[in-house]
Design a protein around this ligand. Structure first.
Ligand SMILES: [Zn+2]
Ligand SMILES: [Zn+2]
Length: 338
């Protein structure tokens, strides 16, 4: 099969012919129809994260937003059938036995396998996944539309849920990229009022077209002053990896507000204990989501017109797509097809 292979950290991906994987007991083989390119793929390939670098498999097939069809079943698979449309998210497998799994917090599983990091992912014609963890896709979505929900959509859905924000309340979304533009739509579906914050006018226009009531250009305006002019927010979701975005987000919160930590900023951001205490601010960090969160998101997508803005590209263009992501030029999500 054709696959984009990372042979060494920091090296460009190479398109190669490699043997297709065969499903082991409990696994399914999936013909990949679309796989979203997440900024995390770029960070993994560049070795930017100290936490994941030591556990990154090499050589590796990246890609953790894989959508396709089941084409073969490993021994003992009863959950899925040939031809089923499924997606493979970041969390590839969880043990079901550790203390976190038993508490229903499988995103914290101590033994988890990660798609496109500790095991091969979807930048290829085929991949395998445990039948227990491959997610059935909603019939109304194409593979290209479904793929970005497996990481980008799930991550922001779970973060918004974790904030406890309610209908009619205000949410600021910092960074209107792949995650942020889905966050705007998910929040609107939940009847939450949205302010989009970015440094690019085309991204702010996109946020507006998706239902953001207010927008702030952080390159031109003092974010907290502008946000306060229409009302401090109940929660601020930071999908940007910039420490400055986190610091600005904290200043936009109303008393008792929640800072949602999602963007993987490599540098620390400053927090004042006095400000946190006097405003009783909550800081909630959130990583992807559980299988249950994904089912909830798909149910929401079936009821509301939440659609990722996608651009399809052939697998061979993965290197160029990485460059575009690094330069911040991608509007919505690019998905690779093979
Ligand atoms: Zn991702
Ligand atoms: Zn576990």
């Amino acid at each position: 099969m054709k696959a984009a292979i990372l042979r060494a950290i920091g090296k460009p991906l190479a398109i190669e012919e490699v043997p297709a994987p065969s499903p082991q007991a409990g696994e399914v083989l999936i013909r990949v129809e679309a796989c979203g390119v997440c900024h995390s793929d770029v960070h993994l390939a560049d070795g930017d994260w100290d936490l994941l670098k030591p556990i990154t498999k090499l050589p590796l097939i990246l890609g953790h937003e894989a959508a396709g069809r089941v084409t073969a079943l490993g021994e003992g698979v009863s959950e899925l059938h040939l031809g089923d449309r499924v997606g493979v998210p970041w969390i590839h497998w969880t043990c079901g036995e550790c203390e976190f799994c038993r508490e229903g917090r499988e995103t914290l599983c101590s033994n988890q396998k990660i798609t496109g990091c500790t095991v091969d992912g979807g930048f290829a014609e085929f991949l395998t996944a445990p039948a227990t963890h491959a997610a059935r896709l909603p019939a109304i979505l194409s593979a290209a539309e479904a793929a970005p929900l497996l990481c980008a959509g799930l991550t922001v859905y779970k973060a918004i849920k974790a904030s406890g924000i309610r209908p009619g309340e205000r949410l600021a979304v910092f960074g209107i990229g792949g995650l942020g533009h889905l966050a705007v739509q998910i929040a609107r579906a939940l009847d939450i009022r949205v302010c989009g914050v970015d440094v690019a006018d085309d991204k702010l226009e996109l946020a507006k077209s998706l239902g953001a009531e207010w927008t702030v250009n952080a390159a031109l305006e003092t974010v907290h002053k502008k946000v306060r002019s229409f009302g401090r927010v109940h929660a601020a979701l930071v999908t940007s990896a910039s420490p400055a975005a986190y610091e600005a987000a904290l200043r936009c919160l109303r008393g008792g507000g929640t800072l949602l930590v999602v963007g993987m900023a490599n540098q620390p951001f400053k927090v004042s204990a006095v400000s946190l205490i006097s405003a009783e601010t909550r800081i909630v960090a959130s990583a992807v989501g559980t299988r249950e969160d994904l089912r909830e998101l798909f149910a929401l997508v079936e009821r509301f017109p939440i659609r990722c803005r996608v651009e399809e590209r052939p697998l061979e263009e993965v290197g160029r797509v990485f460059e575009e992501l690094k330069s911040g030029a991608v509007l919505g999500r690019i998905v690779l097809t093979s």
